[in-house]
Design a binder for this molecule. Structure first.
Ligand code: PGA
Length: 252
């Protein structure tokens, strides 16, 4: 991918004042060229944060979406609504949605399709559990998630961002080694290209997520198939998030 990306998934964290302060710091800081910064705040703060960001070059997205445009779905927000609200991206299939809201690959595919239909870039999360990994089933598991949740998108796969987030690395402080992450990213890139062979193999952006920190970001970024990061905990403070963004810059 020509550009790199660092996405900050704030999850259910931050209240308005601290969120605004962080956005202000990010919007005035001098981002390394070639890196897109996308924030996924709690939606209740979205408008305020967008106006705080001004034309500071930040992108905003939703942490999830519903695939229907409207309807009796209490608590949900549709891809269409996110798009109208000015979002450019949406995370779908995050492991916390899969675990706490029972979302499976078919649902993830429907959400990704809805996002594309409304001009949003879906960031589709996949990842294996510790059990999968210890049993040597990492690639089998990821292959299943790809086949059911992504491959049906065909040529649209170049309009999607895949985030590899091993479940055992999310919020645990235990990161995949650069070699482990590279091995998986290379596998994913190959499978995505096989599903859309007319596209350039480099046109399938793949982010790594799971305990990305300033201390490991540069090593991960050296891997040829890692195009950026989806960051949780370390995106909540300017210093740590900014160090990761700089590590993602072309010059590191
Ligand atoms: P983490 O979360 O960086 O806190 O591990 C990543 C994620 O859940 O996207």
């Amino acid at each position: 991918m020509a550009r790199r990306m660092v996405a900050g998934n704030w999850k259910m964290n931050m209240v308005a004042d601290s969120a605004k302060e962080l956005v202000r710091s990010l919007s005035v800081a001098d981002a390394p060229c070639g890196v897109d910064i996308v924030l996924f705040p709690p939606l209740i703060w979205l408008r305020e944060l967008m106006s705080e960001a001004g034309d500071g070059g930040l992108y905003f997205g939703g942490q999830d979406c519903h695939e229907a445009d409207f309807g009796a779905f209490t608590g949900d927000i549709s891809a269409r609504m996110l798009s109208v609200a000015g979002c450019s991206h949406v995370i779908v299939g995050h492991s916390e949605r899969r675990k706490f809201h029972g979302e499976g690959d078919a649902r993830v595919l429907a959400k990704a399709r809805a996002a594309l239909e409304h001009g949003l870039i879906p960031i589709v999360c996949i990842g294996e559990s510790l059990e999968n990994r210890e049993r040597g089933e990492t690639f089998e598991h990821l292959g299943r998630q790809l086949d059911a949740g992504l491959v049906p998108l065909g040529d649209d796969l170049t309009r999607v961002i895949v985030a590899y987030e091993p479940l055992w690395a999310i919020g645990t402080g235990r990161t995949a080694t650069p070699e482990q992450a590279q091995e998986v990213h290379e596998f994913l890139r190959g499978r995505l290209h096989a599903a859309a062979p007319d596209q350039d193999v480099q046109d399938f952006p793949i982010l790594y997520g799971g305990s990305v920190k300033p201390a490991n970001a540069a090593f991960l970024m050296e891997q040829p198939d890692i195009d950026g990061f989806l960051v949780g905990g370390a995106s909540l403070e300017f210093e740590s998030f900014w160090a990761i963004i700089k590590a993602a810059g072309v010059d590191g």
